[in-house]
Design a protein around this ligand. Structure first.
Ligand SMILES: [Zn+2]
Ligand SMILES: [Zn+2]
Length: 634
């Protein structure tokens, strides 16, 4: 008896997994049997449970793409005698293989390798496992002049048999599993090459890494390739340069962001909007220092469990200070300046607080992973009986902000305790149940779909994480809402209850945008640099056709500026066509061309971004049209 995908089946032991799938009419690429990933040729055991994996499952895709990496190595082996093979895993969305070759691969090489791969697929070699003794395997790869494979085997424990896979005359060291034959591979494409050190260690030889991707169906590959192009087009690092929004400098330090006038203007607009929304929803806005004494971070616990992300202390008057990685302890110090009464709660305190955290230089990425950033942070101090209402308020605010910035689809995860390991968490059971219940209640009251992540909670409290989906369907870290019992305890926070005794408040930490840097990076990619009118650093540009129209262009500029539109005039001595193309690349929402006829009729010829030619409009008429959508969306 075998349980297949939850169904009980009479399958004789020894039947290959692939045959079980065929009997059920399922298109499997691999299976998971007793928790282990297995190939389709693996015989089914007695009384076991089997999960069949197709291309829709991450493990199925991994087996598929890992097989593609073997076909890649096989092809390189055929075309480049003397090549030495390193490793070739499947990765998110594709696979790679590392090679030691005499010279870097050229684009022509990649095309030739792809053709050879297609040949190997057409030849449909069975991919078969071959177990070898350790000595025998070392001998084989030594004779084959594969020093990296020999090194890998020597790293394995002495008592294990060595697993290899053969397809035709090509044998590779690998734990498997793979597809049953090379012919099972459908659509694939080699994408790029890059230098990569053996074992990621710069003291080791530099290898050539070939990246590729593979899909079962050609149309899915096409879609993926289109998406990759689109991602390149939207890359915030490229657009940041082209639109003159921000820069980063080797001389300034890795992971530190310099905001240029246009980028800074977009940020100011986001911040103005953010402040306005927060004030309207009963928040107070705080400012706090960038550094504080080490002792504060010891009390908060950051010094012991967050030390690796913090920078070394600086000495001021014999005391050691740390750059802040978080704003929380500062808000707590402000809370502690008075005896708080149950009547004042909840307190909702928000700050655009700049924090500094260490990230490895290899992990830094444009605006998305940086070493100094401004969080849109807030801490809410409330009574336990207010927790659910406060959480509803936070979720509501998060939804409102996300919608305003054009994110209409998102995934919500509720992270709760691991019920099996309650000892891992601080705070008593009753309080945890109340907090988890409050988060759940808030999600239900807001009618949001969510998944529950058991064991995903922090040790000090449960949380909600929201992942935004951008216009390409990619996920971006969005709002996080965290209930915390730990800091109120550590700082011994209290409030005077109705009963005249001191009680412990609950603390909510939350960010909506995350950090200004990452949010801005995401926003650039989401809109491909074409910000909606209210966020566009330049909303309109006036373009005179000839020198004699410059005076009138200035009049139009003054009129629109007076009406509150962010407008510029382009007086460069260039052809109109050139200017129009230039401002198109700058993604300016409105271009207002003025010549003789416009001068005569006191109008402008309007070209709208994405909408083309709108014909002539009176200046006041245009201002009246733009104004309602040009200001903060409130
Ligand atoms: Zn393999
Ligand atoms: Zn906090």
């Amino acid at each position: 008896m075998v349980t297949v995908d939850g169904r009980q089946l009479e399958v004789p032991a020894g039947t290959p997994v692939g045959q079980v799938a065929a009997q059920l009419g399922l298109r499997a690429l691999a299976g998971r049997m007793g928790g282990r990933l297995v190939g389709l040729d693996e015989p089914v055991k007695e009384d076991t449970s089997l999960e069949l994996l197709d291309f829709c499952t991450p493990a199925g895709r991994e087996v598929y793409r890992h097989t593609a990496s073997h076909v890649l190595a096989h092809a390189v082996r055929r075309l480049f005698p003397g090549v030495k093979l390193a490793i070739g895993p499947a990765i998110e969305d594709g696979f790679y293989y590392d090679f030691e070759v005499a010279r870097p691969f050229t684009p022509e090489d990649l095309a030739a390798i792809e053709q050879e791969m297609a040949r190997i697929v057409a030849e449909d070699w069975p991919i078969q496992r071959q177990i070898m003794q350790r000595d025998q395997a070392i001998e084989h790869f030594r004779l084959a002049d594969e020093p990296y494979k020999v090194e890998l085997i020597e790293d394995l424990p002495e008592d294990v048999a060595i697993s290899c896979y053969r397809q035709g005359d090509f044998l590779d060291l690998c734990a498997g599993p793979h597809l049953p034959s090379t012919g099972r591979l459908g659509a694939f494409k080699l994408l790029t090459t890059a230098g990569a050190y053996w074992r990621g260690d710069e003291r080791c030889p530099m290898l050539q890494r070939v990246y590729g991707t593979a899909f079962e169906r050609a149309e899915d590959l096409e879609k993926h390739l289109f998406n990759l192009e689109e991602q390149k087009r939207r890359d915030h690092r490229r657009l940041g340069r082209e639109l003159d929004l921000y820069s980063m400098h080797e001389e300034g330090g890795a992971g530190l962001v310099f905001w240029h006038p246009r980028g800074a203007l977009v940020r100011q607009l986001i911040e103005d909007f953010w402040r306005k929304v927060h004030r309207e929803r009963g928040y107070d806005i705080l400012y706090s220092p960038h550094i504080a004494k080490v002792d504060l971070w010891k009390t908060s616990g950051h010094w012991s469990w967050y030390k690796d992300s913090m920078y070394s202390p600086v000495k001021i008057d014999e005391a050691e200070y740390l750059l802040k990685p978080m704003n929380c302890p500062f808000h707590i110090l402000i809370y502690q300046t008075q005896t708080r009464s149950y009547r004042e709660l909840p307190l909702r305190w928000a700050e655009l607080g700049t924090v500094y955290r260490y990230e490895r230089s290899g992990a830094l990425h444009g605006l998305l992973r940086v070493r100094g950033f401004t969080q849109d942070d807030a801490h809410l101090f409330c009574r336990p009986d207010q927790l659910e209402d406060e959480l509803v308020g936070v979720v509501d605010l998060a939804e409102f902000m996300m919608k305003t910035f054009g994110y209409h689809s998102y995934d919500v995860m509720l992270s709760v305790r691991d019920p099996e390991r309650r000892d891992k968490y601080i705070g008593d059971d009753r309080v945890w149940e109340q907090a988890e219940g409050a988060l759940l209640g808030a999600l239900r009251r807001k009618n949001l779909d969510y998944v529950v992540g058991e064991g995903e909670a922090q040790f000090y409290g449960p949380k909600i994480d929201i992942t935004l989906k951008d216009s390409l369907g990619r996920g971006w870290q969005g709002p996080t809402i965290q209930v915390d019992f730990n800091l109120p305890e550590r700082f011994d926070l209290g409030y005077m209850g109705e009963d005249g005794t001191l009680h412990r408040p609950v603390m909510i930490h939350r960010t909506v945008l995350g950090s200004m840097e990452r949010f801005f990076g995401g926003l650039i990619e989401h809109y491909a640099g074409a910000f909606p009118l209210w966020l566009a650093p330049v909303q309109a540009v006036v373009i005179p056709i000839a020198q004699r129209h410059a005076g009138y262009a200035q009049e139009v500029l003054a009129a629109l500026k007076g009406a509150g539109i962010r407008v510029e005039v382009d007086l460069r001595n260039e052809k109109v066509g050139f200017k129009i193309r230039w401002h198109e690349v700058q993604k300016v929402p409105y271009m207002l061309v003025v010549g003789d006829r416009e001068m005569e009729s006191q109008s402008v010829s309007v070209r709208e971004r994405g909408g083309g030619d709108r014909g002539r409009l009176g200046v006041q008429e245009l201002a009246a049209e733009l104004l309602p959508k040009a200001g903060l969306p409130l």
